[in-house]
Design a protein. Structure first.
Length: 328
């Protein structure tokens, strides 16, 4: 979905520190939220600039990070909440930094891409070819989904482990025949390598990647009323982005945060399905498959265990709390 969205760093070493510092979150302190360069999280910038949190009577401090660094900070107990994919919430939780996903920002709707080098125009063209991907994380899952839908398996390609933010350069070097990346890396790759093509994207499997606000259990328990106000501000922000009368202003604010022209940033928003309240409620319903956050997260858990990202299957229900959203 949208910065490196995941990097296989050793979070386990920070788990003890996280558990020891969770209890420090109290209502007298501002809620500390880590966010990073993905449209569904950059959207928070609209509420920050409009001072809507103060209007709602909630003290929130947003801290800007690279994606992986935001997860590290959360694992170290430095944040009350962080923007993470549902799959990455399981990864941080499995190493000790448990969270509860309480606000569903979006699902990736095209920004995550499998990109073929010139001459590679379909997934089936990848048979026997090298694919650069950050092994064990969300891009890897997208690749496996693309292969399965085309009657192929991982055995039909050769994986080359590449950090997502390095994939454009690796594709340009000719060392691989395809890469998996998300915006802005995916867009950079398409620009850097003339003739390259997005042969499969997250738009082909809606719900494969949900982007969430994940809160530490202690902060959620101690500051429930404050998080309810944060949720109200979020949906005020969504309405502002969705309203044709204010859309351009919202895009300008978001584009400024990441240093891009609004005209270019609009493409990133198009590849992100930012969810209205009613849409989020529908995806919070329990079900199998990608149309439910529960089903999608279970599939991510199966993938993580199969790829030895962690050993023990996670309790999916304990990571998801729909009550904040359903109560609005």
């Amino acid at each position: 979905m949208f910065s490196s969205k995941s990097g296989k760093k050793v979070l386990g070493a920070l788990a003890g520190l996280f558990l020891a510092t969770q209890a420090m979150s109290v209502s007298a302190e501002p809620l500390k939220v880590g966010y990073s360069d993905w449209p569904g999280w950059v959207a928070w910038e609209v509420a920050i600039e409009k001072k809507w949190f103060a209007e709602e009577g909630v003290d929130v401090k947003f801290e800007w990070f690279d994606y992986v660094a935001s997860m590290d900070a959360f694992a170290a107990g430095q944040l009350d909440a962080v923007g993470m994919t549902n799959g990455d919430a399981l990864v941080t939780g499995a190493t000790g930094a448990k969270s509860v996903m309480v606000i569903m920002n979006d699902y990736s709707n095209g920004n995550d891409m499998l990109i073929g080098a010139p001459g590679i125009t379909s997934v089936k063209d990848l048979k026997g070819k090298k694919v650069g991907v950050e092994v064990g994380f969300v891009g890897h899952l997208l690749l496996l989904n693309a292969l399965e839908k085309n009657g192929m398996t991982e055995a039909d390609v050769e994986l080359v482990n590449v950090p997502t933010n390095e994939t454009p350069q690796v594709l340009s070097s000719g060392d691989v025949d395809a890469i998996v990346a998300w915006q802005p890396s995916s867009g950079s790759a398409l620009q850097l390598v003339p003739g390259s093509t997005a042969i499969y994207t997250s738009k082909d499997e809606p719900g494969l990647i949900y982007d969430m606000l994940a809160v530490s259990p202690s902060s959620y328990a101690n500051n429930r009323a404050a998080w309810e106000k944060v949720a109200k501000v979020w949906y005020k922000t969504v309405d502002y982005i969705k309203d044709p009368k204010t859309f351009d202003d919202a895009v300008a604010i978001m584009a400024s945060r990441v240093g891009l022209p609004p005209s270019e940033y609009k493409k990133f928003i198009d590849g992100t399905k930012i969810l209205t309240l009613e849409e989020a409620k529908s995806f919070y319903k329990k079900g199998d498959g990608f149309a439910s956050i529960y089903g999608s997260t279970k599939l991510s858990d199966d993938f993580n265990v199969a790829n030895k990202v962690y050993d023990t299957p996670q309790d999916i229900d304990s990571y998801i709390d729909a009550s904040l959203t359903n109560g609005l």
